[in-house]
Design a protein around this ligand. Structure first.
Ligand code: AMP
Ligand code: GLY
Length: 427
């Protein structure tokens, strides 16, 4: 089969490495791809992942047998619908399904209507009403969320009125996220450990993947700015069997059934961002796609053929597939450009990587790199995801960090404490 993958980060690199393991895969193409991906797939660096017409015409040109749309924005824009209209098999939700991530107002209303546990909330479409509500409630911290996609930066946790006021004004009046901030959700602040659970679903059957834990802040000790994710471990020790059963009954199945009832059957990877609160597991957010860098620790643990799973989802036969996982742990340490998530330089030479991205028994997924004249150069904020598998989380982490120490570029930044919280739980 010829498989076209849309996207160009570490998540897409992890998807491509798993797809490449399938005996059904003959050739992989990627739009736009990156330096590391270019060693395994034919890339189209000049076509953007959100260019629907561009992707449809490449799918035609290469006669793709399957198109995997990985990032949120093309899914929310309806890339899958456009590809299906042209007769292509796809992996990823259509536009009607992707709204579960594309609009927080939609997802909160869905959860309220179908009694799916989540933080209490109110929706506002003008800043005056939002500010009055915050004054009246007078409870901090409070959580302010832009309705639409905002590159993972649309959530503000305000510690006092002045932070809340700044947040609301910047989202609704200054429109820092454009039209994504036309409406805001203001919600109750929840506490408890966070767990990411990615699930395969064809809309009627849902099969959770191994759970994982992201590390969103830039600096050790969960300090510094929020990022796309500085590292992950899997499985997440907070996600016990009892909690998994509770989530299946109260969250996962009710969500796919709710989407069906709304005429928005969701097919693809549905990502549940959960918080295990003292009152049970609650949904913090839905994503309509694989997480990044969660995918880098989840997919290496998958033992079942990913192409078979994706085709079964397309054909609505996921119930016939036995999705199997390795009994092991995985860790991914993200190496980022100095300055990320603010401004950072590009084009710095990376040393210590072999051509295929492998050193010893780790795999280095590329997130923001370029391959030029036989060298890898930095080309983004998050640059590499150094991933290892081990019998224990400690051994996986030791392997990841040992490899991290052999890779260099000027001003490289990474966290030294990925997995520390998870290790403390396992005790
Ligand atoms: P998101 O961009 O939706 O992933 O949210 C970013 C982070 O904000 C989450 O990972 C949580 O740590 C935090 N967060 C979001 N909503 C809440 C909430 N209601 N209570 C506490 N923390 C929250
Ligand atoms: N790592 C969080 C996300 O993919 O949304």
């Amino acid at each position: 089969m010829k498989i076209l993958v849309v996207g160009g980060g570490g998540r897409e690199h992890a998807l491509i490495m798993k797809l490449a393991e399938s005996s059904k895969t003959d050739k992989i193409f990627c739009v736009p791809g990156n330096g590391g991906i270019s060693r395994y797939a034919e890339c189209y660096p000049n076509v953007s992942a959100t260019d629907i017409n561009g992707v449809v015409s490449i799918a035609k040109e290469v006669q793709a047998d399957l198109v995997v749309v990985a990032p949120d924005d093309p899914l929310v824009l309806g890339m899958v619908d456009a590809l299906n209209k042209e007769g292509f098999k796809t992996f990823g939700p259509n536009k009607a399904g992707a709204i579960i991530e594309g609009s927080k107002v939609f997802s909160k209303e869905l959860m309220k209507k179908y009694n799916i546990p989540t933080a209490k909330y109110e929706v506002f479409s003008n800043s005056q009403d939002a500010l009055e509500y915050i004054k009246k409630e007078n409870t901090y911290p409070t959580v302010i969320k832009a309705d639409g996609l905002a590159l993972g930066k649309g959530v503000i946790i305000a510690e006092d009125f002045s932070q809340a006021e700044d947040g609301i004004k910047s989202i609704m009046e200054d429109k820092i996220f454009g039209e994504s901030g036309a409406n805001v959700v203001i919600e109750e602040f929840l506490t408890g450990p966070e767990v990411s659970v990615l699930c395969f679903t064809d809309g009627k059957t849902i099969k959770p993947m191994v759970s994982s834990m992201d590390h969103k802040r830039a600096l050790d000790g969960d300090k510094g700015l929020n990022t796309g994710g500085m590292g992950t471990v899997a499985p997440n020790p907070y996600y016990t069997k009892d909690i998994a059963n509770e989530c299946m009954e109260k969250i996962f199945l009710p969500t796919i059934e709710a989407m069906q009832k709304e005429g928005r059957t969701f097919k693809g990877c549905l990502y549940f961002g959960l918080m295990i609160t003292p009152n049970g597991a609650k949904v913090i957010e839905y994503n309509c796609r694989f997480g990044d860098p969660e995918t880098q620790v989840v997919l290496p643990l998958l033992d079942t053929d990913l192409v078979d799973i994706m085709l079964a989802i397309y054909d609505n036969t996921l119930d016939t597939i036995d999705v199997k996982w390795k009994d092991a742990c995985a860790s991914c340490v993200v190496m980022a450009s100095g300055g990320y998530p603010k401004s950072y330089p590009k084009g710095l030479e990376i040393t210590g990587l072999d051509d295929k991205g492998q050193t010893d028994n780790v795999f280095v997924y590329h997130a923001g790199t370029k391959y030029q004249d036989g060298k890898f150069l930095t080309n983004g904020g998050r640059v590499l995801g150094v991933t290892a598998i081990g019998d224990t989380l400690q051994s996986a982490l030791d392997t990841s960090y040992k490899a991290v120490k052999t890779i260099h570029w000027d001003n490289v930044h990474y966290r030294n404490d990925i997995g520390k919280k998870a290790l403390a739980v396992k005790g």
